[in-house]
Design a protein around this ligand. Sequence first.
Ligand SMILES: Cc1ncc(COP(=O)(O)O)c(C=O)c1O
Length: 379
Amino acid sequence: MGEIGPFRVMELLARARALEEAGRSIVHMEIGEPDFPTPEPVLAAAQAALAAGHTRYTPALGLPALREAIARFYRERDGAVVAPERIIITPGASGALLLALGVLLDPGQRVVMADPGYPCNRHFVRFLEGEAVGMPVDAQSGYQLTASQVESRWDDRTVAAMVASPANPTGTVITSEELTAIDRIVRRLGGRLIVDEIYHGLVYGAAASSVLASTDAAFVVNSFSKYFSMTGWRLGWLVAPDAYVPEVEKLAQNLFIAASTPAQYAALAAFLPETLAELEVRREIFRRRRDLLLPALRALGFRVDAAPQGAFYLYADCSRFTDDSRQFALRLLEEAGVAVTPGDDFGRHQPERYLRFAYTTSEAQLEEGIRRIAAFIGR
Ligand SMILES: Cc1ncc(COP(=O)(O)O)c(C=O)c1O
């Protein structure tokens, strides 16, 4: 447990809430979830499921109708043919990551991942008595792993590489050429690629189709949390290579029995045309927010060398103002009433230079945040 770190942003969030309770106004740019409610058709489907008494366990791999709906979604969105039998419904992407790493890792084995990256990944690996190998990534590769980096760090204890695209905390998208190259190298080395596609759908301009369109060998993680605005429903999925499905099933039965039944029924409505139309409206709102925040931060002197193309994050170099982003974030909160996440939640590669800004709040709030930051840094 000594090596499992907490989510440090939670302390900052708690302090922000305490300040709000004491009457201060806080602009929240630290929160990693959409500010939109769950779409109406999903809520209606959940209410209908509850009224119909759908409150007992589903099979461990999930409701067959939901697994089929996800397979259809891959076919229609990504042109990828994915057998529903390979799709496992999980408690969030978190459950999917745990299952994928659980079937792949033995104690002492290694997983290569980008640093900075989503912090829970290294803790999942540690929990399974494995070793997370954080590869320093920077703007040059769009804060994404490269195939040559993966190859250079691979050794006989390495069993997997993890990629997230769009990524948290940088919002960057890996090119399909690089992703295919990583998949090829990992397979040649006898390992497996895990691709976290939780921010799929939230992409602005760049092309980002699922890696499943080009390979059946990767583990793919996804969720209803972000694009579908369903964080609190705790529902996601894993696509596993055929040969691993029985192992994944065994682990799912033991770890959580099944994902939430009412949430699974609700999610059947996530793929209805009217839901997807609403989600596209939201995507456009996120894009507008990014287009507001990115130039405004650059104009203030923050450096964002690799423009974010997706998710709802922006990872900004604040070294012009401080050599300690954590202290800077604390002061920004206390003195200016703006909450952002310091880099030290996301890894060990130069965290003191970076802040993560989440545009999960209205344009008016973002503009207010920018005004406060400008005043704070004296511009
Ligand atoms: C990259 C990434 N993967 C996985 C998760 C976990 O999401 P879920 O709510 O689906 O468990 C998050 C949540 O922030 C994330 O950013």
